[in-house]
Design a protein around this ligand. Sequence first.
Ligand SMILES: C[S@@+](CC[C@H](N)C(=O)[O-])C[C@H]1O[C@@H](n2cnc3c(N)ncnc32)[C@H](O)[C@@H]1O
Length: 345
Amino acid sequence: MTRLQLQRRRNRFLRAHHDLASLNRDIPLSFPIMSTSFRHEPVLAGEVVTFLRPASGRTIIDGTLGGGGHSSLLLKGGARVIAFDRDPAALSHARSFLSAHTESFAAIEGNFAEAPGVLAGMGITSVDGVLLDLGVSSHQLDTAERGFSFQREGPLDMRMGHSGMTAADLVNTAPAEELARIFREYGDEPRAIQFAVRIVRAREKKPFVTTLELADLIAAGRTGPRHPATRVFQALRIAVNDEVGSLERALPSFVSMLAPGGRLAVITFHSLEDRIVKQFFRKHSMAEIDNPTWPAPRPNPDKMLDLVTARSVTASPEELASNPRSRSARLRVAERITTTKGGAR
Ligand SMILES: C[S@@+](CC[C@H](N)C(=O)[O-])C[C@H]1O[C@@H](n2cnc3c(N)ncnc32)[C@H](O)[C@@H]1O
């Protein structure tokens, strides 16, 4: 097959799978047309198993199934696992990867923030553990067609599922102030305003369609150890998937589903998400609350948890060496206490 024929075949593939009719330039030959194999090394795997204590008779919710690595370990420990993911590709992979566990494993498509309602509809109102391993999987990042990577040409999509606004919709329509806020809040990007203005100027000439169009504009010829578009891509992904909103909605509803002694374990990869988890755990684990106008501290009426990890747990040097993705992973775990009507036990 000639180079031109190969190029045309790739473009036909892309148009069939994504609405790229407006793509006005040829996709470079480096564009991979096949999905990468599904591999995702679960981070902090030993720690998750130790803290969630899977065993026969225990039900654990894996809110972020991904490649099924953590679920597989929880199942091996004897637990029943009910898993959620927004990504149909992750679900179909994990269903076949974990097909030996038909009796004890179920995988459901959806946002984990809706999981407690879905579970209640299935008659499950109390569980022994919940795991959230936030963000995207290696497979999603490595699959060019998903549009998460600033290093791989693909449609500027970034949706974990297949519905809702894409990253292209966002960068082509959001006001500059909104883009700057997203880059600052979700990406800690110091040049948030500069990049937002640059994007708004560029899209007036031609809307963004592909990942590299955006990455090249952000980089503007600059290089360095860290690609200049790293933070912008992370921020767009968080905004497109409402990752912060999902986490904020999920935490209280999962805690209310935990049986006494049940544990909630959350792995974050971003300081904003880690702060949300830390503050939530703190608010619901403090024995007492205080106020300068009060004569003395009072029992905390919101106490529902005990902290299992006083501070976040990070990857060991061995894991860091073998799995670079574990570098920014932080795990926090809390345990549900028995509550009486008046508050803590
Ligand atoms: C870091 S990966 C999880 C990897 C998994 N723990 C493993 O061992 O293979 C995150 C996965 O969670 C999914 N995800 C992220 N946020 C979600 C949400 N709010 N609801 C459902 N799935 C979500 C992503 O689609 C992705 O497949």
